[in-house]
Ligand binder design. Structure first.
Ligand code: NOJ
Ligand code: MG
Length: 581
């Protein structure tokens, strides 16, 4: 009898563990829709907006260039480096926020949406930044944090004072017993998002960290104030916005509890983690409506402006942000592919999905690095050859490529441990067991100072100054100056590729067609077609040399590694790719 009970319990345990393992270690893949695109039927070039064909370089102002020796990057420093970005070949620059902020989340906690933080410069400098960018025929994109403000924003300071002040309803306040949050909602980070305020004796919600209270967008005054701010920057000539955690703006007005999920390990789109599905406080349908409202503001401006949303979800959800008539956000980040595996099947699958879900006139985006994640070169095992070929892929796909400062030289990810992080994230995960804590990324490691040259402080700040984050030890080897003078460097590869992209309509505007006979195997092969112009891209993602027959005579325009074109055959070296005409 006892044996039977023990066996039964064991069986139940084993089944439970198996179910949990399956739920947590697999990632469901969405069915791919039928591709309906009629290739080559794109609109005339002169009717298509510039942003569909732009290239974007992300600047993290704190770490780009310091001009006054305080160890923190600033706007004057950025201005002094604009020629650099132009010479590299990017058209658009996106700036992570430099607005006033207590800098607890380094600018993603805004306390004034109109003024720059004094450590970066003053309003006149912001004006000249915009002017200087436009003078170079380039475009400027600001980063807007619409979901939340800093707890030090005067709106929140006022709001938390009492239940009946003029700003009392500007944030998400709810009654409730001090030891029981009003709902079970998790923040984006997968932990309780409610915080009790002892003065107001109420709870407020924050989608990110406790010092970043969520605004109440259902209050018309909040919406009005935010739209006014958006218009202010558009009137100043800003060409576009990157919208921070745009899919956390609206929450369920009924404050319904989120459903339980067996998923503990975060899904790639963060919709499920730590036993919860964020059904009622993420990707709310009202976010899709807001996307359209903002679009209608932007569309009154000429020349056209654009928005790119930082949003997470499956492709079907992401498309809701873009709108059925392409009348929502112009672009969304497609982070799915940034998980980077150096494997042809991985890329084929991701690109195929992107092409199927976002056929023209949708414009996909390709992003592999930013200020929140492990740099792509690290995912490639610091292999410069792979990085050159990844650049070739990224700059020849259909869509807008986003680069993050330093990516053009293969700047590595740092090794600063979480327990001395300036980034507030690791501390927020202090409650995790040690083995899991190690999995939390200390974002300081992708925010270290830009490596301009060999020598003290890598040219980021004055020689004797102390930079806010340490310059990485390898900066004497990996830096802009040395790569600019090395014809085989990653920097040179990127510059050449950007030049080719800028000069060839198929790469900027054309459709993408897979080459037959390359549905599987180590070689990715596609054409970019615009009208009667075609370019062919072939990429070998393996350690072996590949001999590839070509159907017709082609000329080699660019190679990211070893490549020989001879007698109708292309010999492609390991991890190498080419552009052919
Ligand atoms: C996403 C931003 O990219 C990240 O840096 C920031 O910490 C959070 N949103 C909160 O604003
Ligand atoms: Mg919100």
């Amino acid at each position: 009898m006892l044996r039977k009970i023990v066996l039964g319990v064991l069986l139940i345990l084993i089944t439970a563990i198996a179910v949990l393992a399956v739920v947590n270690l697999t990632n469901a893949s969405e069915p791919i829709p039928e591709l309906e695109i009629a290739h080559g039927e794109e609109a005339e070039l002169n009717t298509r907006p510039w942003w569909e064909a732009t290239t974007v370089y992300q600047v993290y102002p704190r770490s780009f260039q310091d001009s006054d020796g305080d160890g923190v990057g600033d706007i004057a420093g950025i201005i002094s480096r604009l020629d650099y970005i132009r010479d590299l070949g990017f058209e658009t620059i996106w700036f992570s926020p430099f607005f006033r902020s207590p800098q607890k989340d380094f600018g993603y906690d805004v306390s004034d949406y109109y003024l720059p933080d004094p450590q970066y410069g003053d309003s006149l400098l912001v004006d000249s930044l915009i002017q200087e960018i436009h003078r170079r025929d380039m475009k400027v994109v600001f980063d807007l944090v619409l979901n939340h403000t800093s707890e030090e924003h005067p709106w929140f300071v006022e709001s938390r004072l009492s239940k009946d002040n003029p700003k009392s309803d500007w944030y998400l306040w709810q009654d409730g017993n001090p030891d029981e949050p009003p709902t079970n909602w998790h923040s984006a980070l997968g932990m309780n998002g409610w915080h009790y305020d002892t003065t107001r004796q109420q709870w407020y919600f924050s989608s990110f960290l406790s010092f970043q209270p969520d605004l109440n967008w259902r209050n018309p005054e909040v919406k009005k104030a935010m739209f006014k701010m958006v218009q202010h920057w558009l009137d100043k000539g800003v060409d576009g916005f990157r919208l921070d955690i745009f899919n956390y703006i609206y929450e369920d007005p009924e404050f319904t509890d989120n459903p339980f999920s067996l998923r503990v390990i975060p899904t790639q789109d963060y919709t499920k983690m730590f036993w919860q599905e964020k059904k009622y406080n993420m990707n709310h349908p009202d976010d899709f409506v807001l996307a359209k409202e903002l679009r209608s503001i932007l569309d009154t401006y000429d020349p056209p402006r654009f928005m790119v949303g930082e949003v997470f979800g499956d492709h079907k959800t992401l498309k809701n942000f873009l709108g059925q008539e392409q009348d929502g956000l112009n672009l969304v980040f497609l982070f799915d592919i940034s998980a980077l595996e150096w494997d042809a099947d991985f890329f084929r699958d991701k690109i195929r999905r992107i092409e199927a879900f976002y056929p023209y006139p949708y414009t996909p985006t390709y992003v592999f690095s930013n200020h929140d994640r492990v740099r792509s070169i690290t995912l490639l095992g610091d292999d410069m050859q792979k990085a050159r070929t990844l650049s070739l892929l990224q700059l020849t796909l259909r869509g807008v490529p986003f680069y993050y400062q330093g990516e053009e030289i293969g700047m590595p990810t740092g090794n600063i441990p979480g327990d001395i992080a300036l980034d507030p994230l690791p501390a927020a995960f202090d409650w995790l067991p040690d083995f899991a804590k190690d999995e939390v990324f200390n974002r300081d490691n992708c925010r270290t100072p830009m490596q301009w040259e060999a020598g003290p402080n890598a040219g980021f700040t004055t020689a004797g100054a102390e930079s806010w984050l340490p310059v990485l030890p390898g900066a004497d080897e990996i830096n802009v100056a040395s790569q600019r003078s090395d014809p085989n460097s990653l920097w040179q590869t990127n510059q050449k590729l950007l030049q080719i992209r800028n000069e060839n309509a198929p790469l900027k505007w054309g459709s993408l067609r897979w080459l037959p006979n390359y549905d599987q195997g180590d070689v990715l092969a596609y054409e970019r077609v615009y009208r009667d112009q075609t370019l062919t891209v072939m990429i070998n993602i393996s350690e072996e040399v590949k001999n590839l027959p070509l159907s017709d005579k082609k000329a080699l325009i660019f190679a990211s590694g070893e490549a020989v074109l001879e007698g109708g055959m292309l010999r492609l070296g390991p991890d190498s790719g080419v552009i052919l005409r």
